[in-house]
Design a binder for this molecule. Structure first.
Ligand SMILES: Cc1ncc(COP(=O)(O)O)c(C=O)c1O
Length: 467
């Protein structure tokens, strides 16, 4: 039976200690002593060494996910005799360790700023395996990309073509470029995550893109290599991807010259499970459906099949990460609805929207479990909230925890590997938490946590006063 304040999809679990498969990192399990273990490391050890809040990555899971996407794209494309490439979307989470893991799995990198590019290059990525995109790349960032020799720049507006041409001329190179097409496809996802509706900032309409391609072909220092689209993120249904692919093949057919070989980059956006209600498709099935669809369309039109590229982020980094928090306060709150009164247990933790902005940004849902003990107490509906001065500072909107959850407990929140650290802030002068990797029974610090002194040290008013 479910609680009256619980969302319709959330079922009270028979055992609130059990971990639903597909939401948690592959190696995560509850050991006989009730403590969660990930990468062979008990979370009690992680908490003792690094404190909370703490981002934890199951290294082997992240690498396995990267490899499986790479294999799925290669297999689907090999079946049609074309080249398939995968660029990891760095915006989901990037650090020096992640660069070497993604490199070892053979993927390239989609970078969306000079900063992401700098981490990828400093971490050892081949410049030629980088694809640089964004709707407002600065001239300095374009300069940085061309000087480094990035594989491809995705043009988002005609003025960028001029800037890239100028910069490539200065460096005396021909820069490979793609054009981002706004397919107008309405992906089945949250409004702010859908990036290919007409009334938004990314890309050019197919007609505008085709006009731009004509001028790119005339430019002395640009090498037009294909078209790019990305219809949004956290998408579960295939229809949006197939419709976007159809519109991209239309545009491709209109720009293709006799004997030319072009690439269609069809973006990322493959959904993952944050709660048991999420039922993502197998990514291999999804990718082969998209690739086969492009093959069918091009063969029906009697045109050569383009090479294909994809740029997934969340599906690689998301489920491999969890965040650990300490509970500071628990508070039952009575909620009145007419004559009915129901109680929701608020569980306040030592992080919040500064380390995970997604619930506040998108109304995203997450799942949680007690991390350092199991309990026989009956499940209670909880809302896990942060420590920030916003009522929207929610970490887990609704889940069931054992009803004896209390201050001092540690909670694990699932699937926080993507778009949590990368969207983190210093709101309320809270330092960003450290990030660690676990594998084979050992933990490695990936990114040091920020202290309040780190934040203070940037404040010139304070450092001057203390000088
Ligand atoms: C252009 C582009 N490519 C790829 C991605 C990766 O999306 P996801 O992490 O959902 O796969 C994004 C996400 O915002 C994006 O904007």
């Amino acid at each position: 039976m479910s609680h009256s304040l619980a969302p319709a999809w959330l079922v009270s679990p028979a055992d609130p200690n059990a971990l639903h498969s597909g939401i948690w990192p592959a190696s995560m399990h509850r050991a006989d002593d009730g403590i969660l273990e990930v990468g062979g490391v008990p979370v009690t050890d992680l908490v003792e060494e690094y404190g909370t809040p703490l981002y934890v990555f199951d290294q082997d899971d992240l690498v396995a996910r990267a490899r499986s996407v790479q294999r799925a794209v290669t297999d689907a494309c090999d079946a049609h005799g074309i080249t398939g490439s995968v660029y990891y979307a760095s915006k989901s989470f990037i650090s020096g360790h992640v660069v070497s893991w993604i490199n070892s799995a053979g993927l390239g990198f989609d970078v969306a700023s000079g900063g992401e590019m700098a981490i990828a290059l400093a971490g050892g990525a081949e410049p030629g395996h980088l694809e640089f995109q964004g709707n407002n790349k600065s001239v300095a960032e374009l300069e940085q990309a061309i000087a480094a020799g990035v594989g491809c720049i995705v043009i988002d507006a005609p003025i960028e073509a001029e800037r890239i041409q100028e910069c490539a001329r200065t460096h005396d190179v021909r820069q490979k470029v793609m054009v981002r097409v706004n397919t107008g496809v309405h992906a089945d996802t949250h409004d702010y995550l859908a990036t290919a509706r007409e009334d938004q900032k990314f890309g050019l309409s197919p007609d505008e893109a085709i006009n731009l391609v004509a001028s790119l072909r005339e430019a002395s220092h640009l090498d037009f290599v294909g078209l790019h689209s990305h219809i949004g993120s956290q998408i579960f249904r295939t229809e949006g991807f197939l419709e976007a692919a159809t519109r991209m093949v239309d545009a491709y057919q209109r720009v293709l010259l006799e004997g030319e070989s072009l690439t269609l980059n069809l973006g990322g956006g493959f959904g993952i499970a944050y709660t048991e209600a999420d039922q993502p498709m197998d990514v291999g099935d999804l990718l082969s459906a998209i690739v086969d669809h492009v093959a069918d369309l091009t063969s029906a039109r009697g045109i050569p099949m383009p090479d294909l590229a994809f740029e997934p982020g969340r599906i690689i980094s998301g489920p491999a990460g969890v965040t650990l928090y300490s509970v500071g306060v628990t508070k039952p709150v009575e909620v009145h609805n007419g004559d009915d009164v129901a109680t929701r247990l608020y569980v306040s933790v030592d992080g919040g929207m500064s380390d995970n902005a997604r619930p506040a940004l998108y109304g995203a849902h997450y799942s949680t479990r007690l991390a350092t003990r199991a309990s026989n107490a009956a499940p209670a509906l909880v809302r896990v909230v942060g420590k920030h001065c916003e009522s929207g500072d929610i970490v887990v909107n609704a889940d069931y925890l054992p009803g004896d959850v209390h201050p001092g407990d540690v909670l694990a929140v699932a699937a926080t590997g993507a778009y949590c650290y990368s969207l983190a802030s210093n709101y309320n002068v809270v330092g960003r938490p450290p990030v660690v990797a676990v594998s084979g029974g050992t933990s490695t610090l990936m990114v040091a946590g920020e202290t309040v002194s780190d934040v203070l040290s940037r404040d010139q008013g304070l450092s001057r006063g203390q000088g």
